[in-house]
Design a protein around this ligand. Structure first.
Ligand SMILES: Cc1cc2nc3c(=O)[nH]c(=O)nc-3n(C[C@H](O)[C@H](O)[C@H](O)COP(=O)(O)OP(=O)(O)OC[C@H]3O[C@@H](n4cnc5c(N)ncnc54)[C@H](O)[C@@H]3O)c2cc1C
Length: 433
């Protein structure tokens, strides 16, 4: 029985609230008066619901709340930040060249706040992402904006009012299944799953995608790492080749050793191509995570053996709980952004920042949902660039502002957005347009 039939057979799609939602008490923010907001959400009349609390979802929720919309953010895990925190992605993509800052608005604020406390070795070309600092930044910014949070809660079904309009979401958490209604929705799940369930068309998504996995080694010898391991990349690469081909570490490939110094004795590793995820198989994702963890252990053992001066005392201190999927599912929007657009620096009348057009957030055929983050409408050759954390913050902010403005102007149709109003609001909030 497929998921939709299963839910229907339980009689759950008829407009109901199965149980009220009571979430564990409030968690204090850093300053008095700043509290993360967990409440009894089920019966509230939400104006905007954002699904997914990664970079795009956090930005969308902050922006929608800032526009005055009663905003709820629903996140499946218990932590904000998505790939940036739970996935342990290594680094911010460069935020500026000498002359110009690329990403303004919320993206710039998150970047600056999360880099204040981060160790920044001069040799690094991109600033490392400290997941713990980033978690705190999102906690604080969402609390400050007045966003209500529903963490540990997964959207599992969508109920459409009409073919084009979503009415409500069905959410599963430890209290059971609850229906949530809103005027406008922003899908920031990273895979456009909510938009897809409500009828959005997808650009062809591959059934099998390569997954990457990140982990941290601690107690690394700083001096030896900096002045031997990193300083002599040719020799290091040669030794890594040898250890991979020695046959002693059967899971390892050379692509598992990309690394960056985080703090004086902590090194973050990104292992790419750890597993091929089969999107139709529910156990494929946890199997990929398990393979990632096994690879992390073998990387540690191999480094201890081949680079004892640097890694003899090293320990595995953390590993990602989310995988990095190379080509995610993406919606078909009113415009499909291409590599050609990117390379030719094409400009758009509806630009929302970083030369990104608004129309890649609006799913063809649906009215009251926007998609931001990794799953925007873009071809496979360019979706990685649009999927960096910084770009996800930009599309998230634009989607949140748009959702807030639509409600203010009593329109629900995301395709009828007043583009100059949207652009003006984004500019006022510091976006570089
Ligand atoms: C190999 C690889 C390496 C990368 N390295 C970098 C890098 O170094 N620097 C960089 O800037 N970017 C990097 N990226 C890109 C970056 O990881 C992400 O694309 C970006 O952070 C995605 O943000 P997002 O908000 O779209 O989604 P995510 O961060 O994936 O967040 C989505 C959130 O939605 C939640 N969710 C999903 N479904 C549901 C549901 N049904 N109900 C409720 N919640 C749900 C998830 O739990 C998750 O928290 C890399 C990507 C890949 C593939």
């Amino acid at each position: 029985m497929d998921r939709r039939k299963f839910v229907k057979s339980m009689g759950l799609l008829g407009g109901f609230v199965l149980s009220g939602t009571s979430f564990a008490g409030a968690l204090a923010g850093k300053e008095p008066g700043r509290k993360l907001r967990y409440g009894n959400h089920a019966n509230s009349d939400w104006e905007v619901i954002v699904i997914g609390g990664g970079a795009s979802g956090c930005a969308a929720a902050i922006a929608a709340a800032r526009e005055g919309a009663r905003t709820l953010l629903i996140e499946a895990t218990h932590v904000l930040g998505g790939m940036g925190t739970s996935g342990l992605i290594p680094a911010w993509t460069p935020f500026s060249d000498k002359d110009k800052t690329f990403y303004g608005g919320i993206a710039e604020k998150v970047f600056k706040a999360s880099c204040k406390e981060v160790y920044h070795p001069k040799q690094a070309d991109a600033l490392p992402v400290d997941a713990e600092v980033l978690k705190g930044v999102y906690d604080e910014m969402l609390a400050e904006a007045g966003v209500e949070l529903l963490l540990g809660s997964r959207v599992v079904e969508v109920k459409n009012k009409t073919e084009k309009e979503i009415g409500s979401l069905l959410v599963a958490n430890n209290t059971g299944l609850t229906e949530y209604k809103a005027g406008c929705f922003v899908d920031c799940t990273g895979s456009a799953s909510v938009a897809t369930w409500s009828g959005a068309r997808l650009l062809k998504a591959d059934d099998r995608v390569e997954a990457g996995f990140c982990f941290l080694l601690g107690n690394v010898d700083f001096y030896s790492y900096t002045y031997h391991f990193r300083k002599h990349p040719k020799a290091t690469t040669e030794t890594i080749k040898q250890l991979v081909h020695s046959g002693k570490y059967p899971l390892l490939k050379e692509s598992h050793f990309e690394n960056q110094l985080m703090h004086s004795s902590i090194v973050k590793f990104r292992a790419s191509s750890v597993y091929e995820i089969e999107s139709s198989e529910p156990d494929s994702y946890p199997k990929g995570l398990a393979r990632g963890r096994a690879i992390a252990q073998q990387v540690l053992q191999a480094l201890k053996e081949y680079f004892p001066e640097t890694f003899a005392a090293a320990v595995l201190i953390n590993s990602g709980t989310q995988l990095e999927l190379s080509v995610p599912s993406r919606i078909m929007g009113d415009y499909i952004f291409t590599k050609e657009d990117f390379n030719s620096h094409k400009s758009f009348d509806d630009e929302i920042g970083c030369r990104i057009p608004y129309r890649i957030l609006t799913p063809v055929g649906l009215q009251n949902i926007l998609v931001a983050g990794r799953a925007v409408s873009a071809d496979a050759d360019i979706c990685e660039s649009l999927g960096t954390m910084s770009a996800c913050l930009v599309t998230g902010e634009a989607a949140g502002v748009a959702a807030g403005l639509l409600l203010r102007t009593k329109t629900k149709d995301v395709h009828a957005m007043d583009i100059s109003l949207l652009r003006n609001r984004l500019k006022e909030e510091g976006q570089n347009i």
